[in-house]
Design a protein around this ligand. Structure first.
Ligand code: GLY
Length: 381
């Protein structure tokens, strides 16, 4: 695939900002559904785990253009996120980082908003409450300690930067300590010897011992859910940024190597990497966008020949997305076509939603990757 050029990056950013601008009136103070329906995102209340991505796109569009309309829309949403955490609306799960990093940590970084800062710290506190000392992990979903939900999931690596951020803001060492204990458990058990990953991993609530890996959104428990692998790639290099633990860098390289062995020619995987495009199974473009961000993070941290190789690979992935996956401009439309949220299989436990649609995080990470490629970006994560 042709690596995206700087000129193409700028024009893709202009187009993305135009898409976000067109959709501002539709959502005014509200959020986007996790995935589109026939290419358009219905507005939703601030109750889903994915609601942080729309404000994240607004902040990235603000960084690209400096336009007031984005700043105002982003700050309006801070009020909504502040209320959500203070009133405890749908926050009994681990996705505080997905919610509060691109919405409030970003808003604080860009505007100094004190309500954004305090909302994000409260969200980090809420995430700390998900920690299970027996087994040393942040419990993903469900009532704390319930045996049927005594597990963590690979996606959680992206929730941890909120903890490191809160530690930096408050000077309280507990945030980083819990993040590191969770990471150690995740690196030990979520990663298989070949570098592929389990989506979810159960621990024994009585002893804290590892029990088994099991999928929720992948095809089967022993298959290769593409987005889980993408979270593993980006999440492990972010962990390395914060900890410099060699296990995290090693996990990044292994997860990436595995991911690359299963990619089709256009560098956009099917939703589960058990499948190749000839199978007719849908793609998940969001995985490509997430991995591109991980590669660009690694390129910056590592530099040298390896870094240059990662940057080129990211340019090829983003080039493929920009050339063949860009959605048409329309009010309520997304940026990237052909994402897959949850596809039901005979072996998994998810509800089917958002198959071959735009996904809110796919759009966000595509815009993040473009922003990274434009240079000079200070990450929200
Ligand atoms: N974190 C859930 C997902 O990636 O769909």
């Amino acid at each position: 695939m042709h690596p995206i050029t700087d000129t193409e990056v700028r024009s893709a950013l202009d187009r993305a900002a135009e898409q976000v601008r067109r959709s501002l009136p539709l959502y005014a103070g509200r959020c986007q559904n996790h995935s589109s329906v026939d290419g358009v995102y219905p507005p939703c209340e601030n109750v889903q785990w994915t609601c942080g991505f729309w404000p994240g796109e607004i902040w990235l569009a603000y960084e690209h253009t400096g336009e007031r309309c984005f700043r105002e829309a982003g700050l309006d949403l801070v009020e909504s996120f502040d209320r959500r955490i203070r009133e405890g609306i749908e926050v009994d799960h681990h996705d505080m980082g997905f919610l509060y990093t691109p919405s409030c940590a970003a808003a604080y970084q860009l505007t100094g908003s004190e309500s954004a800062r305090s909302a994000a710290i409260l969200a980090a506190d809420q995430l700390l409450r998900r920690f299970q000392p027996k087994g040393e992990f942040l419990q993903a979903w469900g009532a704390m300690g319930a045996p049927e939900n005594y597990r963590f999931i690979i996606d959680c690596l992206l929730n941890l930067p909120l903890l490191y951020w809160a530690g930096g803001e408050t000077g309280d060492g507990r945030y980083a300590e819990i993040a590191q204990r969770h990471t150690a458990t995740c690196l030990n058990y979520s990663f298989r010897p070949d570098g592929s990953t389990y989506h979810t991993f159960f621990m024994d609530p009585k002893t804290g011992a590892p029990v088994r890996g099991e999928t929720c959104q992948g095809y089967r428990s022993d298959s290769f859910w593409a987005r889980g692998q993408a979270w593993a790639v980006y999440g492990s290099i972010l962990s390395w940024r914060y900890t410099r633990a060699s296990a995290a860098l090693d996990a990044f390289r292994r997860a990436l190597d595995f991911y690359l062995t299963r990619l089709p020619e256009d560098l956009v995987p099917c939703w589960d990497m058990l499948f190749q495009p000839e199978s007719g199974e849908p793609r998940d473009s969001s995985s490509a966008a997430i991995v591109a961000c991980g590669l660009l993070e690694a390129a910056e941290l590592l530099g040298g020949e390896e870094g240059a190789r990662f940057a080129l690979l990211a340019r090829r992935m983003v080039g493929s997305l920009a050339a063949d996956y860009a959605a048409p401009l329309r009010e309520g439309g997304g940026l990237l076509l052909h994402g897959t949220y949850s596809k039901k299989s005979p072996y998994n436990t998810c509800t089917q939603e958002g198959v071959d649609e735009c996904t809110s995080w796919g759009d966000y990470f595509y815009l993040e990757a473009l922003t990274r490629l434009a240079g000079g970006w200070k990450p929200y994560w």
